[in-house]
Write a protein that binds this ligand. Sequence first.
Ligand SMILES: NC(=O)c1ccc[n+]([C@@H]2O[C@H](COP(=O)([O-])OP(=O)(O)OC[C@H]3O[C@@H](n4cnc5c(N)ncnc54)[C@H](OP(=O)(O)O)[C@@H]3O)[C@@H](O)[C@H]2O)c1
Length: 293
Amino acid sequence: MPQLTWLVTGTSSGLGEQLVHSILACGDRVIATARRADERLGHLEKAGAAIMELDVTAPPSKLQVIIEQAVLARGGIDVLVNNAGYIEASMVEELDKDRLRRAFETNLFGPLNLTRLLLPHFREKRKGVILFMSSIGAYMGAPGAGAYSATKGALERDTLMPSTLLGMVDCLREEVSPFGIQCCLVTPGFYRTNIFTPTNMKTGPQLIADYDKLNTEYQAGFADLNMGDPRKATDRIVDMVRSERKAAGRAIPARFPLGADAVTIIRDDCTKKLSLCDEWEDFTSDTRFDAEK
Ligand SMILES: NC(=O)c1ccc[n+]([C@@H]2O[C@H](COP(=O)([O-])OP(=O)(O)OC[C@H]3O[C@@H](n4cnc5c(N)ncnc54)[C@H](OP(=O)(O)O)[C@@H]3O)[C@@H](O)[C@H]2O)c1
């Protein structure tokens, strides 16, 4: 596989930061982006990455300038990784529309804006790979995760859940595959990053006393989880895109469940949906128009 150039969002910590190391370790080139990049990405620049300032919620006109600079800086981009994201944590009844909108701006509209801006470049080259960092939150409901699950569910497409109407990436894949562009939803399980820390997880005011217990449980719940190693996860992502090591001979998949917990949760979700179809099929199937008399 020839040397690839990657552009990764949200590399100030966690999976994004580790992905930069995994990319460099395999000999590829990477443009590591983040908010306040100059202050925070010096260590990645020293390791060999190019660094750029990029807030995924910036207006498209500003993002366009950044993307044009990025394309010129490294003579083209081969892989876009829409990694930046965060958890807007709240019970649905306590969630106001500004917080919900903020979650969608970062986790859905930002990735889609960047993708649209890079697509002309990929179409011209007749190749390119776009990864969307999704989440098991798109496959399971949990108290407090409504906003987060909605944003990730909007990236995913699902044939039974309400996210069907919002799901975007499966449609995009069909639209751009004729141009040699591949799209993959990466669905990590739980990994030990900063995402669950009080600084990165945005919790709103607890407004309704009835939810106090659930709110406390939600915020404390992550401490007990046996989370995976981000570096192992990002090494797998690089191998999957490059079709190397254990991924040799495998094509980039539509979905990439990342971690044993992710595999179990996605499989359980599929099984539950199949049972749901079996249980209700006889009752709901016969809703066609009766034959005209
Ligand atoms: N860790 C897990 O268990 C897990 C599971 C499933 C999915 N994910 C997904 O994996 C991705 C990476 O998360 P992580 O676990 O590595 O969490 P993390 O350590 O909190 O890293 C999140 C990164 O996103 C960046 N970010 C947030 N808003 C941004 C914005 N508007 N513009 C640019 N960058 C922004 C953060 O930058 P700042 O430092 O500037 O805030 C940070 O670099 C996310 O999309 C997350 O939803 C993670």
